[in-house]
Each structure stands twice: as structure tokens, then as C-alpha cells.
Write a protein that binds this ligand. Structure first.
Ligand code: HH2
Length: 375
């Protein structure tokens, strides 16, 4: 079961396909609960929602509030326990979409993240070949500057993950990141995350003072990673394959459904390894096994991923889909990246991973005050 946002014709057609309906109704708008349980679907119809049936499930249509209220009325009333459980799950998902988990719900081992605003994770690349800023600065100086500009977290990486990047040995990655993390944890008061898919690098980074492991493979690359990261907080990103071949795997018949399912599998790997859920944030992985159209659609319907109940970290900064829209080269994508950040914040993102911290913080100050206003 899941909630699907219907903003346009393409969303409506996809939702009909997900339910297995032969004839798509392109005019559906608002939200749909895709419900496999026939008893719950019939209950939602009796509770007043329009329900369209298909061989793979039913689409119960309405606003989030209507869907939540209908599910609540059934959570006690239905005869079968399985159907009551499905109604409770639908209520939980609708509540999470209505109030996406904020950054402050991401519990770190040593720091408490600020409440009441969208948070900023500043990118510190200790790499010679990152797509937008490889080798362009001294990473320690860069980290200190991003801290001054108002970053809430510093994300240090020693291996580029851009499409077709050359892989780096663990020893070289450690050599790049250890001194940077040691200095930044000594000279700033910020939590530091290590952007790596390798357990040995994560362990060295945690020893050097990092407390978050940002694994772009969502714990799928290195079987030792869960053990290495057990005492840390985790950012689990969605991708498929490796940076060398991920773009050949950017094929989805149900983009949101598949990304959501694969993020749930990453969450389960973390839980099975003993990482408490409060320590985990999720990331849809813009640019990783995604086409430009996939990136735009994930950004537009980001709120849907809030139903997973965990804070969402999103990295749109300077990525190629911003270059496609603006015609700008990577270092000149600040304005486009800030526009994406504002849209992401209003679509439920909790933490934005960005290269341009000062500009993003300033724009988010406006976005957050509008979002939380009331008169
Ligand atoms: N994007 C990049 C790297 N790490 N981690 C998360 N959680 N989310 C992202 O979107 C993400 C990430 C790619 O950006 P960058 O670090 O600037 O480039 P490179 O991988 O070439 O070093």
C-alpha cells in the first residue's frame, strides 16, 4: 500500500497503471491510496471516497485529510485484523505526508540537529575529480568556510560518485578524508558525515570524528558497512549498480513505487544490522540511476516519499538536470540550485545537501518563513 500524488496527467496515468487498470483516467488529481487489500478498499468506498478498482489494487481518491479520516474510521471498525492493520498503516502514511519528518527527528550520536527549519548539509569534496568542484579548493578551508556560512552538517567525501567516475582504493580514500575530518571536527562544532560506500573508510572516518555515514549505495555495496556504521547515524541513498554503470539502470515502470520499495529494502538492511530507525535518514538519490526526467519528477513529487516516515535528505545542488534547465556549467548553477532547494523545502525535504551554503541558507530563510506562516 502507498499514497500517490496526482498533480498532472502523467501522474494519473501512472497511478492507473500501478493499479493494473487497462484504461487510464488522465483527469485524476489530488491523492490516491493504492490499496491491495479488497476489504479495506471497500471500506474506504463506504466511508465516502471514490474508489477505482484494478487487478493489482484499488485507487481510493481524495485529499490527504479525507484519506486519513476514512482510514481512521476503519481502523477499529473493520472485521478482519489484517484489514484493520492496513487501515492503521494508511493512517500512518497519510499523517507522515501531512507532516513530513523534520531534520531534527534524525538522531545523531553526539549532536542534536536544529529544530524548526530546513537544514543544510555542506559538501566538502576531498577529491581531485568531483563533477562540480573536484580539486578546486583545500577541503579543510572549504569546510571551515561552509561552517561559517551556516551549514548544519559537513559531508566529507574522498571518492567522486559522478557517472563513470574512476573507483578509488580504500587506502587512498582514507588518506584523503582522515585529516580533513580530524581537523573539521576539532575546529567546528558541527556534526560531520562521511560520504563513502566502504566500511573501512567509514570506520576510519568515525574514529577521526565523523558521526554520520552517508552511504550512496544504501548499504548495498559493502556487506561490512552495517557493522562499521552501527554506532553512527546513517543517510541511506537510493541508487542502482555502481557509478560506472548506474545510468544503464535508470529504467522504471513505476518511478516512485520502485524508489520507495528500494529505500524500504535499505531501511530493512539497517534495521537488521541493529541500527535504530531514529538514526536513519533517506535520500532519493537525484542523479543516481536516474534520467533528467526522473530527477525532475522525484523533486516535484518528493512529498510522496515522506510516507516512509523518516527525514529526507536531498542533493540537487549543481547536478546536470539543473544545467539542462539553465544552460549553465556546473560551477555556475548556483541560482538554479537554490531554486531547486526552495522547491524541495516546500515539498517536504528535511536536509538539503548543497555546495553553496550561504545562498541556500538565505533562500531557505524565506521559504521556511512562508511555509510556517500563519496570520
Ligand atoms: N550526491 C553526490 C554525492 N553524494 N550523497 C547523498 N546523500 N545525496 C546526494 O545526492 C549525493 C551524495 C554527488 O555530488 P558531489 O559530491 O558534489 O560530486 P561527486 O560525487 O562527483 O564528488
Amino acid at each position: 500500500m502507498r499514497l500517490i500524488e496526482l498533480q498532472n496527467e502523467s501522474d494519473a496515468r501512472q497511478a492507473c497503471a500501478a493499479a493494473g487498470r487497462d484504461v487510464a483516467d488522465a483527469n485524476l488529481r489530488g491523492w490516491a491510496a493504492l490499496v491491495p487489500d479488497a476489504v479495506l478498499a471497500e471500506g474506504l468506498r463506504q466511508a465516502g471516497l471514490v474508489v477505482l478498482q484494478g487487478p493489482r489494487g484499488s485507487l481510493a481518491l481524495g485529499s490527504i485529510a479525507q484519506i486519513w479520516l476514512a482510514a481512521r474510521s476503519l481502523a477499529e471498525a473493520l472485521d478482519r485484523e489484517a484489514a484493520r492493520g492496513a487501515a492503521r498503516e494508511l493512517m500512518r502514511r497519510a499523517a507522515a505526508v501531512e507532516s513530513p519528518a523534520p531534520g531534527s527527528a534524525w538522531q545523531l550520536p553526539r549532536h542534536r540537529l536544529p529544530e524548526g527549519r530546513t537544514l543544510v548539509m555542506g559538501v566538502v569534496n576531498a577529491t581531485p575529480d568531483s563533477f562540480s568542484d573536484g580539486g578546486a579548493y583545500d577541503p579543510i578551508e572549504r569546510g571551515l568556510r561552509l561552517a561559517e556560512e551556516g551549514a548544519d552538517i559537513l559531508d566529507v567525501g574522498g571518492e567522486s560518485t559522478r557517472p563513470n567516475a574512476a573507483p578509488v582504493e580504500a587506502a587512498e580514500e582514507r588518506r584523503r578524508i582522515e585529516p580533513v575530518i580530524r581537523e573539521l571536527s576539532r575546529r567546528t562544532a558541527l556534526p560531520i558525515s562521511i560520504d563513502t560506500t566502504k566500511a573501512a573508510v567509514a570506520a576510519a572516518a568515525l574514529d577521526a570524528g565523523a558521526e554520520i555515514v552517508n552511504d550512496v549505495s544504501g548499504l548495498s555495496r559493502d556487506p561490512e558497512m552495517v557493522r562499521a556504521a552501527r554506532g553512527a547515524a546513517l543517510c541511506l541513498m537510493h541508487m542502482r549498480g555502481t557509478p560506472q554503470q548506474m545510468q544503464s539502470r535508470a529504467v522504471y515502470s513505476d518511478l516512485h513505487g520502485e524508489v520507495e520499495q528500494e529505500l524500504i529494502e535499505a531501511l530493512e538492511r539497517a534495521r537488521a544490522g541493529g541500527v535504530p530507525e531514529e538514526r536513519i535518514a533517506l535520500d532519493p538519490g537525484l542523479g543516481f540511476a536516474k534520467t533528467g526526467a526522473h530527477n525532475l519528477t522525484l523533486l516535484r513529487r518528493l512529498r510522496e516519499l515522506s510516507q516512509l516516515g523518516r527525514p529526507l535528505v536531498v542533493g540537487a545542488s549543481r547536478k546536470s538536470f539543473i544545467g539542462t534547465a539553465t544552460g549553465r556549467a556546473a560551477p555556475d548553477r548556483v541560482i538554479g540550485s537554490v531554486a531547486a532547494a526552495v522547491l524541495l523545502a516546500s515539498n517536504g525535504a528535511a536536509v538539503l545537501r548543497v555546495h553553496d551554503v550561504a545562498a541556500t541558507r538565505e533562500a531557505l530563510a524565506v521559504a521556511d518563513s512562508v511555509r510556517t506562516s500563519g496570520a
